[in-house]
Design a protein around this ligand. Structure first.
Ligand code: GLN
Length: 313
C-alpha cells in the first residue's frame, strides 16, 4: 500500500504518545558519569517528526534543547567524509561493535582501529581527521556550522556547562585517544582531539531542530532547499546503513528489531530515527537504560514506526 502522508494523523499520534509517556513510571536513569547531564529532570519527553516537506510536527517538550551527545557523531562523520572521502575507512571500520560505546578492551584486540564511527573511539578518530584536514578557522566550528545549516537555525550552540563537565571527567575518552595514538591511528595532540570531540557532543538542540537537521538522511541526502547543506544520495544511503547496524551501540540489533529504522542515540536521552522517503523522527527523554539508550524515546520510536508503518522491513 503506497504511503500517504497525513499531517493530521501524524500530529494526533504524536500527541497521543506524548500524553501516554507523561504517565510512564519506568523512565530509566539519567547519565551521571557526565555530572552536568545528571541535573536534568527525568520527567521530560519530547517528540518531533520532520516529513520531507514543510515544518516539523511536534509534541511534548519538542522545543526544549538537550545535549545531543553521540547523535553528533552522525554530523561529525558527514563533515569528515566531505573532507577526506572514502580514505576515512582506512582508519575506522563499519561493523557493529557488540560492546559498550566507550569500550577500551576491543580497541586493544583490534590494534587501535575502532569498529565504527558511532562509538566513542570511532568518533575520536573522526575528530582527528577533521582537525588534520579542515582549514584553520573552521576547525572547531565545522560540525556546529553544519548542524546550523541543516536545521536552518543559526542560534544552535554548544552548552558550555556540559562541555566543561565532559572536559573535567573525560579521562576514559582521553585514554582511548592516547591508546589509538600509540597504535598510529591518531595524528594530532590527543588532548586537542578529545576536546573537539567533547565540544561536538555538547551541542544542544531540540527534537524539532534535530528532526530538521537529520531530514536529509530521509531525503536521499537533500538538505536545505537552497542546496547549502546535504550529501549525495549514495552517502545518505550508507550513513543510514551504518546507523541501522551501529547507531545504538551494543544493542543496535535489538533497536533494529524493535524500530526497524536507522537510528542514532545519545546519552543526553535523544534518539534520531530515519524513515527513508518519509521523514525523520526524533524522540527525547533523559532517562536511559543500562546500555545508554533512552527508555521512553526508544518506546516512542517503536510505536511511531509501527503505527505509521514506517519500518524499512
Ligand atoms: N560524550 C559522551 C561520551 O563521550 C557521548 C556518549 C554517548 O552519547 N553515547 O561518553
Amino acid at each position: 500500500m503506497p504511503y500517504q502522508l497525513d499531517r493530521t494523523e501524524i500530529q494526533s499520534l504524536l500527541d497521543e504518545i506524548a500524553g501516554r509517556m507523561a504517565g510512564e513510571v519506568d523512565r530509566g536513569e539519567v547519565a551521571n558519569y557526565i555530572p552536568e547531564l545528571a541535573n536534568i529532570s527525568l520527567n521530560h519527553f519530547g517528540i518531533a517528526v520532520a516529513p520531507l516537506d514543510g515544518p516539523p510536527l511536534l509534541a511534548g517538550d519538542a522545543d526544549l534543547s538537550f545535549s545531543i551527545q553521540s547523535i553528533s557523531k552522525v554530523f561529525g562523520l558527514v563533515v569528515a567524509l566531505d573532507l577526506v572521502g572514502a580514505t576515512l575507512w582506512r582508519r575506522v571500520g563499519r561493523e557493529p561493535s557488540g560492546d559498550p560505546f566507550n569500550s577500551i578492551v576491543q580497541l586493544e584486540f583490534e590494534r587501535g582501529k575502532p569498529r565504527n564511527p558511532f562509538i566513542n573511539p570511532g568518533a575520536i578518530v573522526v575528530s582527528d581527521l577533521i582537525l588534520q584536514n579542515a582549514e584553520n578557522a573552521k576547525k572547531m566550528h565545522s560540525v556546529l556550522d553544519f548542524c546550523r545549516k541543516l536545521a536552518e537555525d543559526p542560534e544552535i550552540s554548544v552548552d558550555e556547562a556540559v562541555f566543561a563537565s565532559e572536559v573535567a571527567t573525560g579521562n576514559r575518552n582521553r585514554a582511548l585517544a592516547f591508546f589509538m595514538m600509540a597504535e598510529g591511528n591518531i595524528e594530532g595532540d590527543p588532548a586537542t582531539v578529545t576536546e573537539h570531540y567533547f565540544r561536538q557532543c555538547s551541542i544542544a538542540m531540540s527534537c524539532s531542530q534535530l528532526a530538521m537537521a537529520t531530514r536529509f538522511l530521509a531525503a536521499r541526502g537533500k538538505g536545505t532547499a537552497d542546496g547549502k547543506a546535504g550529501v549525495s544520495p549514495e552517502r545518505a544511503r550508507r550513513i543510514n546503513a551504518l546507523m541501522m547496524a551501529c547507531g545504538c551501540y551494543d544493542p543496535s540489533g535489538e533497536v533494529a528489531f524493535r524500530v526497524g529504522l536507522p537510528c542514532k542515540s545519545g546519552v543526553g536521552g535523544g534518539i534520531v530515527a530515519v524513515a527513508p522517503g518519509r521523514g525523520s523522527v526524533v524522540a527525547w527523554s533523559p532517562g536511559l537504560d543500562d546500555k545508554g539508550n533512552s527508555v521512553l524515546a526508544l518506546k516512542a520510536l517503536e510505536e511511531v514506526a509501527l503505527r505509521l508503518n514506517w519500518s524499512v522491513f
